[in-house]
Design a binder for this molecule. Structure first.
Ligand code: NAD
Ligand code: UFG
Length: 339
C-alpha cells in the first residue's frame, strides 16, 4: 500500500509510541490521539528526538464521539492503528463495565467515525489472551478463540475481534488486521523510550524494573509448582521494537488477501519467570532479589505463539533476543549494561 496517513490511537502508550517510531522511519505520516490516561505527553519529545519528526497530537478520548469526529474532519487518514485501551487484567475483574465501556464502547465510536469519514483500514491490538487455555500447544490463528476466558479484559479483545469481522461483512471496502500480541518487553535501543505507565504496574517486566531501581525490595514470583521445567510459568516474550515492526509489516499488506486477517506476533519460544530473572541479572551484572510466593489467580502454565503465519504472509519475524530487551530496558532506566 502507498505510504499514507495513519492515525494512532493510544499512540503515547508503550506499544503505540514504538509503533509510531517504526512507521515514521518507514516513511508514513503519523498522527497520534490519546487521552493520556496511562501515558505522558513527554513521549512526543522522545519520538521527535529519535525520528526528527514530531507527530501532531490530539488529546482526545475515543469515547467522546464529538471530539473524535473533529479529528477525522480535519484529516484524511488512510488507516487507523488502534492501540487505545485499558489493559489491567485484575482491574478488569473488579471494574468490568469500565472495561467494556472504554475498550468495546470506545472501539465502536471509532469504527462509526471511520465509517462516517470513509476510512476503511484498521490495525487492531489484540492479545494472546483470546486463545484462553490451549494447554501445552502453541497458539495458532486457526484455533478456537473466546472460550474459557477468565476476565473481562480478555473478553473485550475477543468481542472487538468479532465486531471487526461483522463490520467487514457489512462493508466490503473495510479491511482489518488483527494482531495478537504475546508478551511485549524491552525499550527503544536509544534508551529514550520504554514502558512508563501512570498506573500501578501489573506485568512482570515493570516489576523487575522497580526492583532494579530499588523502588520495591524484591520481585515476587507467582508460583513454582507449575508443570514446567523449573516450575514457574512460561511466556512468549517479544521485544517491543520487533512488535512495532510487525505493525509496519501489517499495514503494508493490509490491501492484500482476505478482508480481515489475523496474526500472532510472538517469538515462538517460551521463557520462564526464573529465566527472565536470570536474563536481567546477566544484563545488569547484579543479582535481582526475588522470592517465590503462591500462584496468581488465573495464570496459565504456558502461553506461547506459533508465529509461522506472520512470517509466511507478512515476512515478519522476531529479530531481537531477550538479552537485548534486558539491555535496552537497563539503558532506558539509565543503568549500566554489563552483559
Ligand atoms: P498503554 O497503557 O501503555 O497504552 C494504551 C494507551 O491508550 C495509553 O496511552 C492510554 O492513555 C490510552 N487510552 C486508554 N483509553 C483511552 C481512551 N478511551 N481514549 C484515548 N486513549 C486511551 O498500553 P500498551 O501496553 O501500549 O498496550 C497497547 C494496546 O495493546 C492495548 O490495547 C493493550 O490492550 C494491547 N495489548 C497489550 C499487551 C501488553 O502486555 N502490553 C499485550 C496484549 C495486548
Ligand atoms: N509474574 C510474576 N511476578 C510479578 C508479575 C508477573 O511472577 O510480579 C509472572 C506471572 O505469574 C506470569 C508471568 O510473570 O507467569 C507473566 O506475567 P505478566 O503479568 O507479565 O503477563 P501475562 O502473561 O499474565 O499477561 C500478559 C498481559 C495480558 C495479555 C497476555 C498475553 O498482561 O494483557 O500477556 O499473553 F493478554
Amino acid at each position: 500500500m502507498a505510504k499514507g496517513q495513519i492515525l494512532i490511537t493510544g499512540g503515547t502508550g508503550y506499544i503505540g509510541s514504538h509503533a509510531a517510531i517504526e512507521l515514521i522511519q518507514a516513511g508514513y505520516k503519523v498522527k497520534i490521539l490519546d487521552n493520556l490516561y496511562n501515558s505522558k505527553i513527554t513521549v512526543l519529545d522522545q519520538i521527535e528526538k529519535i525520528t526528527g519528526v514530531r507527530p501532531e497530537f490530539y488529546e482526545v478520548d475515543i469515547r467522546d464521539a464529538v471530539e473524535l469526529a473533529k479529528v477525522f474532519e480535519k484529516n484524511s487518514f488512510d488507516t487507523v492503528m488502534h492501540f487505545a485501551g485499558l489493559k489491567a487484567v485484575g482491574e478488569s475483574v473488579k471494574q468490568p463495565l469500565r472495561y467494556y465501556e472504554n475498550n468495546v464502547g470506545g472501539t465502536i465510536n471509532l469504527l462509526e467515525c471511520m465509517e462516517e469519514y470513509g476510512v476503511d483500514n484498521i490495525v487492531f491490538s489484540s492479545s494472546a489472551t483470546v486463545y484462553g487455555d490451549q494447554g501445552e500447544k502453541k497458539c495458532s490463528e486457526e484455533m478456537e478463540t473466546g472460550r474459557g476466558l477468565t476476565n473481562p479484559y480478555g473478553r473485550t479483545k475477543y468481542m472487538i475481534e468479532e465486531i471487526l469481522k461483522d463490520t467487514a461483512v457489512a462493508n466490503p471496502k473495510f479491511r482489518a488486521v488483527i494482531l495478537r500480541y504475546f508478551n511485549p518487553i524491552g525499550a527503544h535501543q536509544s534508551g529514550l523510550l520504554g514502558e512508563n505507565p501512570n498506573d500501578k504496574p501489573n506485568n512482570l517486566m515493570p516489576f523487575i524494573m522497580k526492583v532494579a531501581t530499588g523502588e520495591i525490595p524484591e520481585l515476587t514470583v507467582f508460583g513454582n509448582d507449575y508443570d514446567t521445567k523449573d516450575g514457574t510459568c512460561r511466556r512468549d516474550y517479544i521485544h517491543v521494537v520487533d512488535l512495532a515492526k510487525g505493525h509496519v509489516a501489517a499495514v503494508e499488506k493490509i490491501d492484500e488477501g482476505e478482508q480481515v486477517k489475523v496474526y500472532n506476533l510472538g517469538s515462538g519460544e517460551g521463557t520462564s519467570v526464573l529465566e527472565m530473572v536470570k536474563a536481567f541479572s546477566e544484563a545488569s551484572g547484579k543479582a535481582l532479589p526475588h522470592k517465590i510466593v503462591g500462584r496468581r489467580a488465573g495464570d496459565l502454565a504456558v502461553i506461547c505463539a506459533d508465529p509461522g503465519k506472520a512470517e509466511r504472509e507478512l515476512g515478519w519475524k522476531v529479530e531481537l533476543s531477550i538479552a537485548e530487551a534486558m539491555q535496552d530496558t537497563l539503558r532506558y532506566l539509565g543503568m549500566e549494561v554489563e552483559g
